[in-house]
Design a protein around this ligand. Structure first.
Ligand SMILES: [Zn+2]
Length: 258
């Protein structure tokens, strides 16, 4: 999601520009009625602003907003300039065949959605109803809702953090980093954290977002050094453990995460 925030910042440069034409392949248009719907809708639109909710980037226009999702490997390019330098998941190369969708402006500039794995999507007037509050500006009250489970003990805390309808923008690496910093086992039921653990997790949550935004990406967390098979905790040297939690490969320290 920190990557998406950097793409939003890049997209700020086209605010005020008018779309001359747009195009999309069938993969990027999967959430639309047809690939040509993007081209038909965007033509003549003026970009009036940008915003973001979690991993969804929004281009505000003089009509309904346009959405872009980047999947695991998608990046936003403006005239070929990458929004971020090092790409953790994606290849570091540009290939014209990997441009899934784009907007060309009347001033000649082009905003390109580049994605080798075909998981990036364009959307027209996307609904925000299914998305929780944004992770980058999560308040204490909003966090309380994340760790409050109406009935029973709830899912594993890692799965809860990844649930975009609960809080929007926590990906796999950010989730593991927060729990690493808070010293909490990712498999613990979300509803059973005690008040002290909740406090530690909220602090780790906001620190992780702020620190990794400053460092330049979700792949620059403290736990990454131990994030490999047979890896050791960079904090205390204990063996790291890994398992699938919340549908994603999760790493945690066998000693200080309880
Ligand atoms: Zn440790």
């Amino acid at each position: 999601m920190l990557e998406v925030e950097s793409y939003r910042s890049l997209a700020e440069r086209v605010v005020g520009a008018t779309v001359a034409r747009g195009w999309s392949d069938a993969y990027a248009a999967k959430k639309l009625n047809s690939p040509s719907q993007w081209a038909r809708t965007v033509r003549g639109r003026r970009i009036t602003g940008t915003s973001r909710r979690g991993k969804l980037m929004l281009l505000e226009t003089d009509a309904a907003p346009l959405g872009m999702r980047f999947g695991m490997t998608g990046v936003l390019l403006l005239d070929g300039d990458a929004g971020i330098d090092g790409l953790f998941y994606g290849p570091h190369t540009f290939r014209p065949t990997w441009v899934r969708a784009g907007l060309e402006f009347t001033d000649g500039r082009r905003l390109l959605l580049h994605d080798p794995r075909r998981l990036a999507r364009v959307e027209i007037d996307p609904s925000l109803e299914d998305l929780g509050p944004d992770a980058l500006s999560l308040t204490k009250a909003e966090f309380r809702a994340v760790v409050t489970i109406a009935r029973g003990e709830g899912p594993a805390i890692k799965a809860r953090l990844l649930d975009q309808s609960v809080v929007a923008g926590v990906g796999n690496l950010l989730g593991d980093e927060m729990l690493f910093r808070a010293g909490i086992d990712p498999r613990r039921p979300a509803g059973l954290l005690d008040p002290d653990e909740q406090r530690r997790l909220y602090q780790a949550f906001t620190q992780t977002m702020k620190t990794l935004a400053r460092r330049g990406g979700s792949h620059l967390g403290d736990h990454m050094e131990g994030r490999l098979p047979g890896g050791h905790c960079p904090r205390d040297g204990a063996p790291m453990r890994s398992a699938t939690v919340g549908g994603r490969t999760t790493y945690w320290c066998s000693q200080h995460q309880k």
